[in-house]
Design a protein around this ligand. Structure first.
Ligand code: GDP
Length: 454
């Protein structure tokens, strides 16, 4: 009800699949006899009884890096779990156990503390049980079809440094091997969903689940991620105090990566983007005669989110010190300025989540390219953003154009495979399936596009 536009409708098939998946999570989740038995099996180091008994297989999703990354990883893991009938268990570290309500009724999605693989959060490209390493060492292969030939678990390493063998995860043949391994532990900080759309084995199901492929994160994100009561308080109090009364709400996400200094070029990029695209009015020179403003006239609330205050201060001063050419009143607001990205800090993450959510409540959105923080906001909001391109390396030139309408509201998969599984050779994966295209903000990334744009 806080959103002016309701968003896109999920397909009836997706809705019924989610209900069935909830049943699976309840039957097999923590606290059940099935979970105890599967955990025991993992502890014993054997992979018995999976083939022919497909119920109660598990996918553990490791949580690391920034909040946007963690949310994209959890949503990606969830889709993979739904496609492969696995129970999703989310690693509760890095506040993932504390910021959200439980998405599945009657059970928990959080990995229990007594999970047998005690060092799973340290799994890396070097872990012997990674799918890529097991392929390389021939511990496992396309001919591993009998239960006893399979390991009790496989670690799926899909981080930026993943190897060519790890990337075979996105191929049908490899999915057939993984299907019969009871426990999978996945590490990714990426939105791997466009990669799943490349695997032919998933295509029919994905088409039925998502007749509109540009809405995957929109639906899954809204299903999975609900702020807990504390964060919801941060969202609603801020919204009611600063955004609710405005006729138009404009979100501007200014992601400052690393220790870059305040940039007049980025400021100019923001103002020229918002003014050229008609989101914010132009301002008049000081002293220009203006018609007296009408009390109760049109108002715009601008929500700026950033680690720094400098951009907010400048935009706010501009609309205070100058009249707008249209006579509209422009109020500029920024909930927090945390200065630096922090890890493992509860109140920091709660603010980040509240700000992502607040951005998703705006009517129009401007985001910074490359940022998963903005991707989550646009997906939850159902907003195809104006995306500001990354300035060139020394940052001295304002990109021209400063921003443009993104291809879709979907997040970009930053580190996709460049491999055609059918041809078994390197390929431009943005050219294989019409609705999987290269991202505008990262030319090598992959993103789901609407069918009409293809
Ligand atoms: P990305 O690095 O831009 O892809 O986004 P992430 O969310 O994964 O990581 C950035 C992290 O930095 C966030 O999770 C926050 O902890 C912090 N951060 C970045 N921008 C903001 C902001 O505008 N507001 C707040 N509160 N935190 C931010």
């Amino acid at each position: 009800m806080y959103r002016r536009k309701a968003g896109r409708k999920p397909s009836p098939y997706l809705v019924s699949k989610l209900r069935r998946h909830e049943g699976l999570q309840q039957r097999c989740g923590p606290g059940t006899a099935a979970y105890r038995e599967a955990a025991e099996q993992l502890r014993s180091g054997k992979n018995v009884g999976v083939i022919g008994s497909p119920d109660c297989k598990y996918l553990v999703s490791i949580s690391y890096r920034g909040l946007g990354n963690r949310m994209l990883a959890a949503a990606s893991a969830f889709l993979y779990a739904v496609l492969t009938d696995r129970v999703l268990l989310v690693d509760p570290s890095n506040e993932m156990g504390e910021l959200f309500c439980e998405p599945f009724p009657g059970t928990t999605w959080l990995l229990p503390a007594d999970f047998p693989l005690t060092s799973y959060t340290n799994f890396s490209a070097d872990t012997a049980e990674s799918y890529g390493n097991m392929l390389k060492k021939k511990v496992i292969g396309a001919s591993s079809t009998r239960a006893e030939q399979l390991p009790p678990f496989a670690y799926i390493h899909l981080d930026h440094d993943y190897t060519d063998e790890d990337k075979l995860f996105f191929c049908d043949e490899d999915q057939r091997v993984l299907r019969d391994i009871r426990w999978l532990v996945m590490r990714t900080d990426n939105y791997i969903v466009p990669g799943l759309f490349l695997a032919t084995g998933f295509q029919e199901e994905l088409d039925m689940l998502f007749p509109e492929p540009d809405t995957v994160f929109h639906h899954l994100g809204r299903y999975l991620f609900h702020p807990n009561n504390h964060v919801w308080g941060l969202v609603t109090r801020y919204h009611d105090a600063y955004l609710a009364a405005a006729n138009q709400r404009v979100g501007i996400q200014v992601r400052v990566f690393g220790n870059v200094p305040e940039s007049p070029e980025v400021l100019e990029q923001i103002t020229s983007c918002t003014q050229k695209e008609g989101l914010l009015p132009e301002v008049l020179a000081v002293g220009t005669a203006t018609a007296p403003p009408t009390p109760g006239g049109k108002s715009i609330a601008v929500l700026v989110t950033s680690l720094k205050t400098w951009y907010y201060d400048k935009i706010k001063s501009m609309y205070w010190e100058h009249a707008t050419a249209t006579g509209e009143a422009v109020g500029v607001h920024q909930p927090s300025h945390e200065e630096h990205q922090q890890f493992g800090a509860k109140s920091h993450d709660a603010k980040a989540w509240a700000e992502i959510y607040l951005l998703s409540l705006t009517d129009v959105l401007v985001t910074t390219g490359w940022s998963t923080f903005g991707y989550v906001a646009q997906g939850l909001g159902g907003l195809t953003p104006l995306i500001m391109y990354k300035p060139d390396d020394n940052g001295s030139v304002v990109p021209d154009p400063p921003c443009s309408r993104d291809l879709s509201m979907e997040p970009c998969f930053h580190a996709p495979p460049y491999y055609d599984c059918r041809l078994k050779k390197g390929a431009d994966t943005g050219k294989i399936v019409p609705h999987v295209q290269n991202c505008k903000d990262m030319s090598w990334g992959l993103k789901l596009a609407p069918r009409s744009a293809t």
